[in-house]
Ligand binder design. Structure first.
Ligand SMILES: NC(=O)c1ccc[n+]([C@@H]2O[C@H](COP(=O)([O-])OP(=O)(O)OC[C@H]3O[C@@H](n4cnc5c(N)ncnc54)[C@H](O)[C@@H]3O)[C@@H](O)[C@H]2O)c1
Ligand SMILES: O=C(O)CC[C@H](C(=O)O)[C@@H](O)C(=O)O
Length: 361
């Protein structure tokens, strides 16, 4: 008798701007996976974002959080248009979701494909702490005789630094295993984690991150993992000079955010780089890019970051085979370079890129 299909219930949170154009593409890819994978999906549409805030007064309705917690196995998040000026009552829903669901790791693979590399191949992962640092958003402003002074808390805890470093070490080991199973695909010989910090200046906060990361990665199970460290400013320099050198980069929240957009430039576009917000037993796939107001509504957003985020979510939900199918189809689309969106120098619309990937699935 054939084994019963596994059904995954996925929350879809398009958010704002091009989030609404790329999340439907993510859904289509899940619906188009080959039936031989024995995997089924059901979907629930959920609200969050600046539009939601303007309509309802809250950017992250309780219903969205409750549905994710009670009904869903995973989710896809598009993007939000968070304003750059303070708006009373508004708070970033994706930052809040990461904390409410304790999705403590933000995993961001950045890689070139065989055909899309114009230098040495880049294949690295930024593992960004996802719950604390300046993202605790405890800010105050006070009046002083010299004018206003604003302050923000940068919180670094041993617990969060330790668990993010452990997951970084585990990812390095997993990547090494994948490389070993496909000889000739990489010249890297040993797994490596680079700890990023600024503890030369912030000796207590980043100092704690650095020390804790060192301790976590000194565990016996990581004995085959090379551990290096880099102060964040020279990390940017070295990353831009020699990106092919890096394997796994572990960083506190804000540095991880900034490094991942920079790394996206190295591989050609923010429209290519996925992420997964990962906790114990739950994952939200989310393209690294924002709501891209400059191209919103034109139908030309690159859906690849989202399609790769779908695959990444599936990986963390234990569906590696399904994830591999999506990665292969996306890489083939990029390598053939026939249907590329304008950010990649092509003329294809979101729909045309999606159709090409679906054809390859
Ligand atoms: N995860 C998120 O929800 C998230 C992430 C980053 C920024 N934001 C928000 O997005 C809004 C816009 O921010 P921004 O303009 O600084 O950054 P952005 O990432 O939206 O856009 C930066 C540039 O990259 C391009 N780009 C981004 N994604 C693309 C894609 N898929 N295809 C083609 N081109 C793409 C845009 O057109 C733009 O030129 C802000 O309100 C910010 O708060 C949200
Ligand atoms: O604009 C927002 O509400 C959140 C942006 C968000 C972040 O983590 O800072 C984005 O830059 C990202 O990398 O996910």
């Amino acid at each position: 008798m054939a084994a019963a299909a596994r059904t995954l219930r996925i929350g879809l949170i398009p958010g704002d701007g091009i989030g609404r154009e790329v999340i439907p593409a993510g859904r289509r890819v899940l619906e188009s996976l080959p039936s031989s994978l024995n995997l089924k999906f059901s979907f629930v549409d959920l609200d969050a974002g600046y539009d939601t805030f303007q309509r309802t007064g809250t950017a992250l309705p309780d219903k969205t959080v409750e549905t994710l917690k009670k009904e869903c196995d995973g989710a896809l998040f598009g993007a939000v248009s968070s304003p750059s000026t303070k708006v009373a009552g508004y708070s970033s829903p994706i930052v809040a979701l990461r904390k409410k669901l304790d999705l403590y790791a933000n995993v961001r693979p950045v890689k070139t494909t065989v055909g899309s590399s114009n230098g040495n191949p880049i294949d690295l992962v930024i593992v960004r702490e996802n719950t604390e640092d300046l993202y605790v958003k405890e800010e105050t402003t006070r009046e002083t005789p010299e004018g206003k002074v604003a302050e923000a808390i940068k919180r670094i805890s041993e617990r969060a630094s330790s668990r993010i470093s452990t997951i970084a070490g585990e990812i390095a080991l997993r990547r090494q295993k994948i490389r070993a199973a496909a000889p000739g695909t990489s010249t890297r010989t040993e797994p490596m984690v680079t700890i990023t910090h600024k503890s030369n200046v912030l000796s207590q906060t980043d100092g704690l991150f650095r020390e804790t990361a060192r301790r976590a990665l000194a565990a016996e199970k990581f004995s085959s993992v090379a551990v290096e460290e880099q102060i964040v400013d020279s990390m940017v320099y070295k990353l831009f000079r020699q990106p092919e050198y890096y394997d796994v980069i572990v960083a506190p929240n804000l540095y991880g955010d900034i490094l991942s957009d920079g790394a996206a430039a190295l591989v050609g576009s923010l429209g290519l780089v996925p992420s997964a917000n990962v906790g114990d037993g739950f994952a939200i796939g989310e393209p690294c890019h924002g709501s891209a107001p400059d191209i919103e509504g034109k139908g030309i957003a690159n859906p690849i970051a989202t399609l790769r985020s779908v695959a990444l979510m599936l990986e963390f939900l234990g569906e590696e085979k399904a994830a591999a199918k999506i990665y292969t189809a996306v890489d083939a689309n990029l390598d053939e370079a026939k249907f590329l969106s304008p950010d990649m120098g092509g003329k294809a619309t979101t729909q045309q890129v999606l159709d090409d990937v679906l054809k390859r699935l």
